[in-house]
Design a protein around this ligand. Structure first.
Ligand code: VG1
Ligand code: CO
Length: 543
């Protein structure tokens, strides 16, 4: 069968953001939109001739159709093998693992992660490289450049293939191998953790609730938690992936996982609660009456990781995204290991992980992971928590209290101002950037600015530089406020304001975070002029 060459023209706005290209589903379904981006990705990575690629997604609306289009295009561009999760399903960490396990040239992951799905929701596509991680900026820049000059794409006039049955099928000369999306990933998890200890924990009556939020982790969590670890049936709720995530917002935080929060703070709360996002790379951890911020979770995991077999020899180092709190830095200092501060987005951890310089990484946005894959990994974080709880025999609340007594507490919150008109959001950032140099010494809401800058990152492994990664303001007393614009949204702009206040006074470790952070928030708003410039006096979402 002969490949067809279809003439096309560049489509505006095909610029990958923090994590691939995300757009309204309807935009992705417009004639040529997906095809243009896939062909540009193929050009940007230097072609796929003779390559093996991994393909899968979070099961959202358009997932299966998009995969059929992608397979035809890969075959027409000379790829020899595509490994696809059954029914087109692969969680992001499972896809990362499969790329590594099978020595693939890379993979295409179809997901808009925590963004709502459905015909009126969002869709996304990203390319991960041979290390299993999101393409670095140099590659996403080449992909974007290709979208601006594209003139044609290649495809094969073949019918859809059946992705529901494991085994191989041909698309032209390319072999499509349909695989169980869970098996290899579950085996990897078993190799990392003390499964016997976690099994005994459940056998002893430990109760857990895992909210899969109608997203991709349902089958993974059922297999591992209820199947391999013996957690009672029903431990996993909302465990069947649905194309529109049950009409919900698959973002594991106290706002969108409210049902889980209510249960964990209710009269008959289980011992441990967790949730995961659309594509399975984020996690939320909550004990009985004890929500754990992602920044704290990263720090606690770093402090206790040695309790799990995979990390028994200690950590090479840790890394966190810049807006993430400094809690993990304190642990790294105590352990005497490297600690890196990177821009937001998992793609910036890749070189450090590949070079063996860091073992654990994390972001304030509920992402934690390790060198077992090159993506953040929701279930992995949950299993490491379980391993630690099984080993310490402590409750989540006690573990957190002990941690804060030991290291101090970094009070933390993120305020999101969503759906701001793009020009106004830019005005907030530009105005503040212009004033940064004059800020030190300024008093706002009773706090004195000690330093301010715009974050730039020099990768210590490959020497690449990322600029304009967020505006930072520090205050007397150690507080910090960070402003940045989201790079994952699909409408308008979202301004993220990250607030942090470290505290070491033993009498001040159990305060309400919002009380502690109010002065920092007020100072940040006053200095940025955000309320005047956007007409907003409160964030839409606080996490
Ligand atoms: C957000 C988070 C960031 C995360 C990214 C992708 O990006 O803040 O920490 O890496 O989403 O995560 P932004 O640019 O909107 O702040 V996921 O689970 O959406 O792939
Ligand atoms: Co995600």
């Amino acid at each position: 069968m002969q490949p067809e060459t279809i003439a096309t023209r560049p489509i505006d706005g095909q610029k990958p953001g923090t994590s691939g290209l995300r757009k309204k589903t309807q935009t992705f379904m417009e004639r040529g939109f997906l095809e243009n981006y896939v062909q540009s990705t193929i050009s940007g990575i230097g072609g796929v001739d003779g390559a093996t690629l991994v393909i899968g997604g979070d099961g959202r609306f358009f997932n299966a159709d998009a995969i059929q289009t992608i397979l035809r295009m890969l075959a027409a561009n000379g790829a020899t093998r595509a490994i696809v999760g059954r029914d087109g399903i692969l969680s992001t960490p499972a896809a990362s693992h499969l790329i590594r396990l099978r020595g693939a040239a890379g993979g295409l992951i179809l997901s808009a992660s925590h963004n709502p799905g459905g015909a009126d929701g969002d869709f996304g596509l990203k390319y991960n490289g041979p290390n299993g991680g999101p393409a670095p900026e140099a590659v996403t820049d080449r992909i974007h450049a290709a979208t601006q000059v594209i003139e044609e794409y290649r495809t094969l006039p073949t019918p859809d293939i059946d992705l529901g049955v494991d085994g191989t099928v041909q698309v032209g000369d390319m072999t499509v191998e349909v695989v169980d999306p869970v098996a290899d990933y579950a085996a990897l998890m078993e190799s990392l953790f003390d499964m016997d200890a976690i099994q005994s924990l459940f056998a002893g009556g430990f109760r857990m609730r895992f909210d899969a939020m109608h997203a991709v982790t349902g089958p993974y969590a059922r297999d591992i938690l209820e199947g391999r670890l013996g957690a009672p049936a029903g431990t996993v709720v909302n465990g069947t992936p649905s194309p529109d995530f049950g009409g919900g917002h698959p973002d594991p935080n106290p706002i969108w996982a409210k049902a889980l929060m209510d249960e964990m703070y209710g009269p008959d709360a289980p011992d441990f609660g967790a949730a995961s996002d659309g594509d399975g790379d984020r996690n939320m951890i909550v004990g009985r009456g004890a929500y754990v911020t992602p920044s704290d979770s990263l720090a606690v995991l770093a402090a206790h990781a040695h309790r799990a077999p995979a990390y028994a020899d200690g950590l090479a180092g840790v890394a966190r995204s810049m807006p993430t709190s400094g809690a993990v830095d304190l642990v790294a200092e105590r352990l005497g290991i490297e600690c890196h501060e990177t821009p937001t987005g998992w793609k910036y951890f890749g070189t450090l992980l590949d070079a063996g310089r860091v073992t654990l990484c994390g972001e304030e946005s509920a992402g934690t992971g390790s060198d077992h894959v090159r993506e953040k990994d929701g279930l992995w974080a949950v299993l490491l928590w379980l391993n630690i709880l099984a080993d310490t025999k402590m409750s989540v609340a006690d573990l957190m209290e002990a941690f804060w007594r030991d290291y101090g507490r970094c009070y933390y919150a993120r305020h999101d101002y969503e759906d701001v008109e793009a020009a106004r959001a830019q005005a907030v950032m530009d105005g503040l950037r212009d004033r940064l140099a004059d800020l030190p010494g300024t008093v706002a809401a009773g706090l004195t600015v000690t330093a301010a800058d715009e974050f730039a990152y020099d990768d210590p492994v490959d020497g690449s530089r990322a600029t304009a990664q967020g505006l930072r303001i520090w205050f007397d007393g150690g507080a910090r406020a960070v402003f940045r614009l989201s790079g994952t949204g699909t409408v308008g702009a979202t301004i993220r304001l990250y607030l942090e206040q470290p505290e070491t006074d033993p009498a001040r470790l159990a305060l309400d975070p919002s009380d502690v952070l109010t002065p920092v928030a007020q100072a940040a708003l006053a200095l940025s002029n955000l309320p005047d410039l956007t007409g907003r006096d409160a964030p839409n979402v606080v996490t």
